[in-house]
Design a protein around this ligand. Structure first.
Ligand code: SF4
Ligand code: SF4
Length: 502
């Protein structure tokens, strides 16, 4: 096993482990709600209207933004609404969604991919299939896979991230255990696309079954499976690259610039489906866990409600707190009447508890050593609290990955990470405002310059005109004199001739 050491991070055991990790197939939902806003980029535009019949996998909203992917119907049925609905986002805002009522038939569109013999397909065809199939990072980031792959020039190593990013989430473990063959084939597709010499599948050392499954299906010498000690936040991309390859990605830099491409393991399986069958991403595996139920992993159609899968396990009848995403980086939510989307990897259902009330910072310094990036959360906190953005920047605020390790260990229960995300937003706002001011100043300066230049040009033009007129007048004067002289000479000749004849 690799000697995987990075400063900070925390060892947290899965609080609700399952003895045997199965994948339950959720029944077809009776309706789905599909948001048109993706993680990044512009909102997709519907290409269906209310009342239209749609098939599973059919494109129902398109976008011309190269960063985005189309939206697909996840069930067959009838479009019942295109309106604003609550979506699973930390803003808590509503966004435009397309709702589909199921016809219970699950009729699929017919598409063809490259087939198992994908090597005859060129790189761009595969990337196009990946985009058309709506594949994004399924580890929680939601970054479109085709964008990463399009930039993968001079790639020497492909990293498949199978390190579950947070304690309690088991969906990638379940996927690797039950779809190891597709994962390995997906890695081979990615090797073909990126041209990388080698691929490393990174997996935590407590995922024994998944590790064995991957070993069993891997017969490719270019693919290795690397176990890492289980430690949060080992799944963070930059830390993973550093641990596996000893390559440090600089602040603000990208892995691709260092010849490395990372893909989540679930996205790799989705890429297999997209390239081999051109089957769009219409479902995902979600972990439903917490102390109010028996944890399960469910494969469910996108757009089904949180409630739809929570009801598949035995939930106690107490009052509950809900959280989407992991216990560290997830977001508390008030309702489970929200659609599952591509980045919904986990739902926590816990018995309602009294929230800790934050106390004053006691300067215990517990938060500084756990930061995996090597920041100083305690100092950052003071500057973020006083909204001193400049100081926050000096303390590398923008490198904070919002892992919440510092908040987790804080004995005063200060939600440090919320301060940091607030300070980042403030910084972005100030940068945007400064940018606007800079643009306005540049415009003003250019206008002044333009007016001055016009004035100068006009003066030069007038002077030139005046000079030309002066020269013309002088010329005319000379011409007149010449004329006068000629007339005088002619008159003199006439006079002389008269005198001679007299
Ligand atoms: S949230 Fe930011 S500051 Fe806190 S431990 Fe994580 S990276 Fe460090
Ligand atoms: S852990 Fe909490 S109380 Fe201790 S120094 Fe950090 S912010 Fe202050």
């Amino acid at each position: 096993m690799l000697n995987f050491e990075f400063p900070g991070g925390i060892k947290i055991d899965n609080p609700y482990p399952i003895e045997r990790v199965e994948i339950i197939q959720a029944p077809l939902p009776t309706s789905v709600v599909l948001p048109l806003q993706q993680r990044i980029g512009e909102e997709a535009k519907p290409c269906v209207k209310v009342g239209d019949r749609v098939l599973t996998g059919q494109v129902i909203a398109q976008t011309e933004d190269a960063f985005c992917v189309p939206i697909h119907a996840s069930i067959s049925g009838t479009v019942s609404a295109i309106d604003k609905q609550l979506i699973p986002h930390k803003s808590g805002l509503k966004s435009t969604c397309i709702s589909i009522d199921s016809d219970g038939k699950d009729e699929w569109i017919s598409e063809q991919g490259c087939g198992q013999d994908f090597l005859h397909c060129d790189r761009q065809t595969m990337i196009d299939y990946i985009q058309k199939s709506g594949i994004v990072g399924l580890g929680g980031a939601g970054f479109p896979s085709h964008t990463k792959l399009s930039k993968a020039f001079d790639c020497h190593t492909l990293i498949i991230n199978g390190t579950e990013c947070e304690p309690g989430i088991m969906c990638d473990d379940a996927l690797m255990q039950h779809h190891a063959r597709e994962v390995i084939r997906g890695v081979e597709i990615l090797l073909h696309i990126t041209g990388a010499q080698k691929a490393i599948i990174a997996i935590e050392d407590d995922k024994h079954e998944a590790y064995q499954s991957l070993l069993m299906f891997n017969h490719n010498a270019r693919i290795s499976i690397q176990q890492l000690p289980t430690k949060y936040t080992s799944g963070a991309e930059k830390l993973l690259i550093k641990a596996l390859l000893s390559i440090e990605i600089p602040s603000g830099g990208f892995a691709a610039d260092s010849g490395v491409v990372c893909q989540n393991v679930s996205s790799t399986k989705a890429i297999y489906d997209a390239v081999i069958d051109q089957r769009p991403l219409v479902s995902r595996i979600v972990t439903v866990t917490g102390n109010a139920l028996s944890p399960i992993n469910v494969e469910v159609r996108l757009g089904a409600s949180f409630e739809h899968i929570i009801n598949l396990t035995d939930v106690n009848n107490k009052a509950h707190d809900y959280r989407m995403g992991g216990m560290m980086m997830g977001v508390d939510i008030d309702t489970i009447h929200m659609p599952i989307c591509k980045i919904t990897n986990c739902i926590f259902v816990n018995n309602k508890t009294q929230k800790h009330i934050a106390q004053e910072c006691i300067r215990c310094n517990s938060c500084n050593p756990v930061c995996p990036i090597g920041l100083l959360p305690q100092q950052l906190y003071w500057h973020a609290k006083s909204e001193n953005v400049e100081k926050c920047i000096d303390y590398s605020l923008m490198d904070c990955i919002e892992c919440a390790c510092c908040s987790y260990v804080c004995p005063s229960h200060i939600d440090l990470v919320s301060y940091f995300s607030f300070a980042k937003a403030l910084c972005k706002k100030q940068t945007a405002e400064q940018h606007k001011i800079d643009i306005a100043r540049e415009r003003f300066e250019f206008r002044e310059y333009r007016l001055e230049r016009n004035k100068q040009e006009r003066a030069e033009m007038m002077a030139a005109k005046k000079q030309a007129l002066k020269e013309k007048m002088a010329k005319d004067k000379d011409k007149n004199q010449e004329q006068k002289d000629k007339i005088a000479q002619a008159m003199a000749r006439v006079k002389k001739s008269k005198e001679d004849n007299a």
